[in-house]
Structure formats: C-alpha cells, structure tokens
Design a protein around this ligand. Structure first.
Ligand SMILES: Cc1cc2nc3c(=O)[nH]c(=O)nc-3n(C[C@H](O)[C@H](O)[C@H](O)COP(=O)(O)O)c2cc1C
Length: 338
C-alpha cells in the first residue's frame, strides 16, 4: 500500500484529503462517516464573530437587568436564530466530535476584527480542538479604508489568536490581496502555522424584476482550483508554514495538482455535498492507483514538484504567461478566420 500520509500543521495525517468547514460535520454520524471514508482530518463548521458579539451583548444586557440566565436570554433574540449554533452548543459538538473519531478535528473561528471574541479560541482548544482554522473574511466597502489598514487588522487578529492558544492556527485567506507572498510571510511571523487558500467569494446576485440583491450559494467546480494552485505554487519554498488548498477539489487529479503545487492537504466540501461522503474513498483509491502506476513511493515526494520554486521555467507563474496566453489565443483566432 502506497504511503499517502502528509504533514499538516505539525500533525502527521493519514492522507491528503481534509474535510473543509461544512454543515455536513454538524452531525456526529457524518463525522464518523468521514473518517471511515478516509478523511485525514475535519474542520468543523465556523463559529462567527458576529454570533459571539451578539451573545456577549446579550449577556451584558442580562447582567445589567439583574438576571442571571444567559441561556434563557438567548431565546429572546430572534436574530440569533439565523445562526446555526451558540458557542456553548459549538463547544459541546466539538467535544463530541473529537471523542467520536481518532483523526484530528479542527475548530473554525470566523471573523474579521481583533477583539474580546478571540478568547473563544482558547475555549475551543480546551474542548479538544487539535488545531484552529481562523477564517478572516473581510470586505472593504469604504474608500477611506486602505489595504494596509485591513492587513494590519488581519495580522493583529492572527497574533491575538496565536497568543491565546498552544494548538496550531491556520489562516483561511481571501484571494483579494495585492501581495499574497508578503502577507503570508507576515502571517508566518505573527505565529500562524499554515495558510488555507482560499475562501470562496460568495457574491450576491441581482434580481432585476424585484430589484433585490440576494445571497447565492452554489457549489464549486474544478476550474476554481486554478488560482489556488497558482498561489500555492508561488508560496511553496518561500515559507516554513504549511499550505492547505480549498476550493475546486473534486477528483484525485485535483488532489494531485494541489500537492504538486506545494499544498500539504487538499480540502473538500462541494464534492461531498454533490456525491456524498463516500466520494472521499473513491478519490483516494484513484489517487493510490495513479501513484502506483507511475511507481511513486509516496505522495509526499510529489509535493511542490510543479511549484515555482521547482520548475526550470518560472514564466508560467509570471507576467510572461499572461502575455503568452492572450497572444497565442488571438493567433489561433486569426488562423481560424482564414
Ligand atoms: C454549505 C457550505 C457551508 C460552508 N460553511 C463554511 C463555514 O462555516 N466556514 C468556513 O470557513 N467555510 C465554509 N464553507 C466553505 C468551505 O469550507 C470551502 O472552503 C469552500 O466550499 C470551497 O471548497 P469546495 O470547492 O470543496 O466546496 C462552506 C461551504 C459550503 C458549501
């Protein structure tokens, strides 16, 4: 049996497929099923800054009114029904999930600003999280807000979470940074053990009849993997921290590309929603078959082999590729026209 184990965030994982944050893992039966199918780690669904802020505010209001029932007070807040879990339910679920499986279970903390809410990272650690994935989805909507100030806010947040816990922290990034390599280097300095590339950008759609702007969620396609591969390939060799790939991983080929770009793990969500949790086992079987056929001794030896650091010609990762792609297309078009 070929060795497909990978190192990620200081942990030895049995394989490269990690289940990224998804409501599927809100069921303990699903969590067990994921392990049985061959997932090497699971990132639980996120606990959101907004939810924690709301809970804290409710607690403050309660205390100022002289009541002491935190749980009861939550029930009076209709907005809280929009969220899937209170932090207490989350921590209990984390405890149960960690006990249910022997693979690492990571908690997900989701927010954008530094503040008191980051103490929940410590509570996640105490509840048994093997690592924390910090999802930092922030959007600039104000012309006065600079890229530098957003990055400083992000780095302050990462620093405070890393200081609060001993378990490794991975930072799930959005794609919209001008210099991903510079930011990743500063995240490393701030104490992060890994970067996860990338958050999907869930753009709202316009309903032109009702003139409404509506949230949309559609599952990914493998084409979304390409920007992840590109940036992982650029980061690999420049950083000591690990790279996780999320977004567009559906098949064994996608897993191999993720590892060859320099990723340590390939994360899956959409493919599991579409094909079911057993899809992990099928992808792992295809992966092992591919590696054995080509006589690789292990998956790890393929890591980074197509990164910018490893290939003799780096132009595919630079501006040269952009020019070549566009000019070769117009040439083909011209030939076809005659
Ligand atoms: C229904 C659904 C819920 C998700 N919830 C979260 C979440 O709570 N926190 C998070 O960081 N990512 C969340 N994600 C994003 C996934 O973790 C993942 O990064 C993204 O779907 C890209 O991977 P994929 O192409 O395999 O779907 C969610 C995705 C889906 C489809």
């Amino acid at each position: 049996m070929i060795d497909i184990s990978m190192q990620y965030l200081g942990m030895k994982l049995s394989g490269p497929i990690v289940v990224a944050s998804t409501p599927l893992s809100e069921s303990i039966d699903n969590v067990r099923h994921m392990e049985d199918a061959g997932a090497s780690a699971i990132v639980l669904t996120s606990l959101f800054e907004e939810q924690l802020a709301l809970e804290s505010r409710t607690l403050d209001d309660d205390l100022s009114r002289g009541t002491d029932s935190f749980a009861e007070s939550l029930g009076f807040l209709p907005d809280l029904n929009d969220y899937r879990m209170t932090h207490e339910i989350y921590l209990e679920h984390l405890r149960r999930a960690s006990e249910a499986v022997s693979i690492p279970v990571m908690a997900s903390l989701n927010g954008a600003t530094p503040g008191g809410w980051v103490r929940f990272a410590r509570e996640m650690e105490q509840a048994g999280a093997d690592a924390i994935e910090l999802n930092t989805y922030a959007l600039a909507t104000d012309g006065a807000q600079t890229s530098a100030s957003l990055e400083t806010q992000l780095l302050d947040l990462v620093t405070s979470v890393c200081q609060a816990v001993k378990v490794p922290v991975a930072v799930k990034l959005s794609q919209s940074f001008t210099s991903v390599p510079n930011l990743a280097a500063r995240l490393q300095e701030a104490g992060a053990s890994g970067v996860v590339l990338f958050n999907r950008f869930y753009q709202p759609d316009f309903d032109i009849e009702s003139l409404e702007v509506r949230p949309t969620l559609h599952f990914s396609t493998p084409s979304e993997l390409l920007p992840r591969l590109h940036w992982a390939a650029i980061l690999y060799g420049q950083l000591h921290i690990d790279i996780g790939i999320t977004g567009g991983v559906h098949s064994a080929e996608d897993v191999l590309k993720s590892i060859m770009s320099g990723g340590s793990v390939a994360m899956m969500v959409s493919a599991l929603h579409i094909h079911g949790i057993d899809h992990i086992a099928r992808v792992l079987a295809d992966l092992c078959y591919w590696l054995e056929k080509r006589e690789y001794a292990s998956l790890a030896e393929t890591r980074g082999c197509l990164s910018r650091h490893s290939v003799p010609d780096t132009s595919p990762y630079d501006r040269g590729n952009y020019i070549k792609t566009l000019s070769s297309y117009s040439l083909r078009q011209t030939v076809a026209a005659f």
